[in-house]
Write a protein that binds this ligand. Structure first.
Ligand SMILES: [Ca+2]
Length: 322
C-alpha cells in the first residue's frame, strides 16, 4: 500500500463527522458577533488569531477525509489546492464578518493558510516518502507560518513566565514581548528614545479626541506585602499634561469598568521625567464602596480624556516597593 502513513495521521479515528461538527461550530463562532466582556478576556483575545490556524487545520483534515484522492496528488499540488481552498473559504469568512460587525483582516488569511499548510505537512502521507533534505525545505516555511499564526498564545505563555520572574517589577519594558500585555486605543511601542531604567521604555502616543488609553492586562496579581506603586513617566511635551492612572481587581476586568469600582489618580505630568509614588493603602481604599482586592489585582490603565492636542509619554520601570 502506497501513501497511507502520514506523520500524525488520524485516519484510524474515523470520526471525521465529529471533526466536521467542530469545524461548523468554529464557523459559527468566527462569524457571530462577540460581546465586549468576552473580547476583553486577554488570553482569548491574544489567542484569537490562532483559532484560525486550528480551524483551517481541522478544515483541511476534513477535506482529506472527504476527498481521499487528494492524497494521491503530488505534494506541490496538495499544497496548491489546499492553499487555494483555504484562501477562498477564508476570504468568504472575512466577507461575512463585514456584515456581522466583526473586523475583517488580511492577517487572518495568513493564519488560515498556516493551518492549511500545516495540515498538508503533518497529515498527508506524501511527505514521509520524500528525501530528508527536501523535507527540511518544506518544514522551514511551514514552521515559520505556524510560529506566526500561534504567536499569540506562545507570547502569552512566555509573558506569564516573565511576569512571575520579574515581580515586584511589573514592567521594565526591556523585552519587546511586554508590549503584548498591553491593550488600548493609544498608539504604543517599546522604544529606545528614553529610559529611566535599562535601555527601553514604553512610548505611548495619545491622539486628539474624547478618550485614549493604554491598559496593562497581564500582570502579577498578589500585591499584598508591598507598600508602594512606583513608576517613571517622561512627558515629551513642553507643557504639563494630565493623565489618569487606574488600578482594578478581578471583579472589574471588562471594557465597561466602573470608575467608582477601582482606584483612580489624576497625575499632572511636568515636562521631562516624573517619578510617581503611590501608597498601596490609598490604592486599596480607591473604590467608593469597598476595598480593592489587593491579592487579586487584574490590571492597570493609563488614560486621558478630552485631549485637545496629541501628546507623547514614555513610561518605564513600573514596580512595587517597600
Ligand atoms: Ca526600561
Amino acid at each position: 500500500m502506497k501513501n497511507t502513513k502520514g506523520l500524525f495521521q488520524l485516519s484510524r479515528i474515523g470520526d471525521h463527522y465529529i471533526l466536521l461538527g467542530i469545524v461548523l461550530l468554529f464557523s459559527f463562532i468566527m462569524v457571530a458577533p462577540i460581546k465586549d466582556s468576552f473580547s476583553e478576556q486577554h488570553f482569548i483575545e491574544v489567542s484569537w488569531n490562532s483559532g484560525h490556524v486550528l480551524y483551517f487545520f481541522l478544515f483541511s483534515y476534513v477535506l482529506y477525509k472527504l476527498i481521499p484522492s487528494l492524497n494521491t496528488l503530488s505534494m506541490s499540488r496538495q499544497y496548491l489546492y489546499i492553499g487555494v481552498v483555504c484562501l477562498v473559504i477564508g476570504a468568504c469568512i472575512e466577507l461575512v464578518q463585514l456584515f456581522t460587525h466583526r473586523s475583517a483582516s488580511l492577517n487572518d488569511l495568513v493564519y488560515n493558510l498556516a493551518g492549511g499548510m500545516a495540515a498538508v505537512t503533518f497529515l498527508s502521507p506524501g511527505l514521509t516518502g520524500l528525501k530528508h533534505r527536501k523535507n527540511i525545505l518544506i518544514y522551514i516555511p511551514v514552521f515559520m507560518l505556524l510560529a506566526y499564526g500561534l504567536w499569540g498564545p506562545i507570547g502569552f505563555v512566555i509573558n506569564s513566565y516573565l511576569v512571575n520572574k520579574n515581580f515586584p517589577v511589573i514592567n521594565a519594558f526591556e523585552s519587546s514581548l511586554e508590549k503584548q500585555r498591553w491593550h488600548g486605543q493609544a498608539t504604543f511601542d517599546i522604544s529606545t528614545e528614553k529610559s529611566s531604567e535599562g535601555e527601553f521604555s514604553f512610548k505611548i502616543e495619545f491622539a486628539r479626541g474624547h478618550y485614549s488609553s493604554a491598559k496593562l492586562r497581564q500582570m502579577y496579581a498578589d500585591w499584598v506585602g508591598y507598600r508602594k506603586l512606583l513608576f517613571d513617566i517622561y512627558n515629551n511635551e513642553d507643557k504639563s499634561v494630565q493623565l489618569i492612572v487606574s488600578v482594578y481587581d478581578s471583579s472589574d476586568t471588562n471594557t465597561k469598568t466602573n470608575y467608582a469600582n477601582r482606584f483612580n489618580r489624576k497625575l499632572e505630568l511636568q515636562p521631562g521625567w516624573n517619578s510617581i509614588n503611590i501608597e498601596l493603602s490609598e490604592i486599596k481604599n480607591g473604590p467608593k464602596n469597598r476595598q480593592l482586592l489587593m491579592q487579586d489585582i487584574a490590571g492597570m490603565m493609563f488614560y486621558a480624556m478630552r485631549i485637545k492636542s496629541p501628546f507623547t509619554l514614555y513610561l518605564d520601570n513600573i514596580r512595587l516597593g517597600d
